[in-house]
Design a protein around this ligand. Structure first.
Ligand code: ATP
Ligand code: MG
Length: 328
């Protein structure tokens, strides 16, 4: 049975229509007018235990709204959500025992306390057995390099240091499911890599189910094997990451080292991204032409010394989808 089941989920927010000026201010107070906005428009998905799912989409697509519903912070307008057999908004305390959540910049640690004290409080709150706590603390300290941070007050930590502690705190009670809503925002590449490795290691070791929301698509490339792509409150793709890339990544980028260029290169089947005396960068659709044909065309202008090809990355494909160039 799926560990997360979402059926026909709708979330409608009520937004107050603000009237301007002093009279408007009083009108707002006396008789506020509301309009409705559907942030989630009837979505369905189910997630099996141990999956690493990238939940992605443009700003305002409805990702955080979904995660807040899954954690029980928000109530669905209609439809149903089940997390490990529990309806989150109806049984938040029970649901909290099974889950961990990181919401971007918000902290679950106690601001004025040293990190280790926050961890001790979490141990008490979740009744984590002593040996389990010790084991996790040791392991997490190692992977996330927390050694020097444990005695520091949370308020004195840098953003990256805080997020490493935050991630450790989230996994301390061995949650079955972890929601990470933009855990790598604003972090340097090393901390990002550190966090990605941690998520992968723990998922492998403990079969933790992870739903990851991020705008850094390298997080998804590195960590997730499935993606759910949300667009204005609707799911437009749900499936294997590689299949997604195979189906929608129609372009190939090729970098060529050239010499003896006779004149400016002009190509029919490929777009020229850059051209210099000894270097050429092109982009072409692999379903419309082949590199052999293109090389044949290029060789009329120069000699080709070397070639390096790469497929479009997730980020490039999504840019095209957001622009409306590809339909899912
Ligand atoms: N409390 C609220 N009241 C009214 N509208 C809201 C509320 N919370 C979110 N929204 C709206 O719902 C839509 C979805 O918001 P949500 O925060 O879920 O998007 P998101 O996909 O997480 O975006 P981002 O990538 O920017 O974090 C947005 O248009 C947002 O303005
Ligand atoms: Mg969000």
């Amino acid at each position: 049975m799926a560990i997360i089941e979402v059926k026909d989920l709708v979330k409608t927010y009520k937004i107050m229509e603000k009237k301007e000026g002093l009279i408007g201010y009083f009108k707002n107070l006396i008789k506020p007018k509301y309009r409705e906005f559907d942030a989630i428009k009837g979505i369905n998905f189910s997630i099996e235990e141990g999956e690493l799912v990238g939940y992605i989409g443009e700003n305002g697509a409805g990702k955080s709204t979904t995660i807040k519903i899954l954690t029980g912070l928000l109530t669905p307008t209609s439809g149903s959500v089940s997390v490990n057999g529990i309806i989150p908004n109806k049984n938040r305390i029970e649901n909290n025992k099974n889950i961990g959540a990181v919401f971007g910049q918000k902290t679950q640690l106690w601001w004025d306390l040293p990190v280790i004290e926050s961890f001790s409080l979490i141990k008490k709150m979740y009744k984590i057995p002593e040996n389990e706590y010790r084991k996790n603390l040791k392991r997490f300290t190692e992977i996330l390099d927390l050694g020097e941070l444990l005695e520091k007050q949370v308020k004195n930590l840098s953003l990256g240091q805080k997020m490493r502690c935050e991630i450790a705190a989230t996994f301390l009670h061995n949650p079955k499911i972890v929601y990470l809503d933009e855990p790598t925002i604003g972090l340097d590449v090393f901390v990002k890599e550190n966090i990605r490795k941690f998520i992968k290691d723990i998922n492998k070791e403990k079969k933790t189910t992870v739903i990851l929301t991020t705008h850094d698509l390298r997080d998804i490339e590195d960590v997730c094997n499935r993606i759910i792509l949300l667009d204005k409150g609707q799911i437009i793709y749900d499936g294997d990451k590689q299949k997604f890339k195979d189906s929608y990544g129609k372009y190939v980028i090729a970098e060529l080292i050239i010499k003896d260029k006779k004149k400016d290169i002009v190509l029919n089947d490929a777009e020229i991204l850059e051209q210099f005396e000894n270097k050429l960068k092109i982009k072409f659709r692999h379903d419309e032409t082949t590199i052999v044909k293109i090389m044949d065309e290029i060789s009329k202008f120069c000699n080709i010394e070397d070639i390096h090809m790469k497929e479009e990355e997730l980020e490039d494909i999504l840019k095209e989808i957001y622009k409306g160039a590809h339909k899912c």
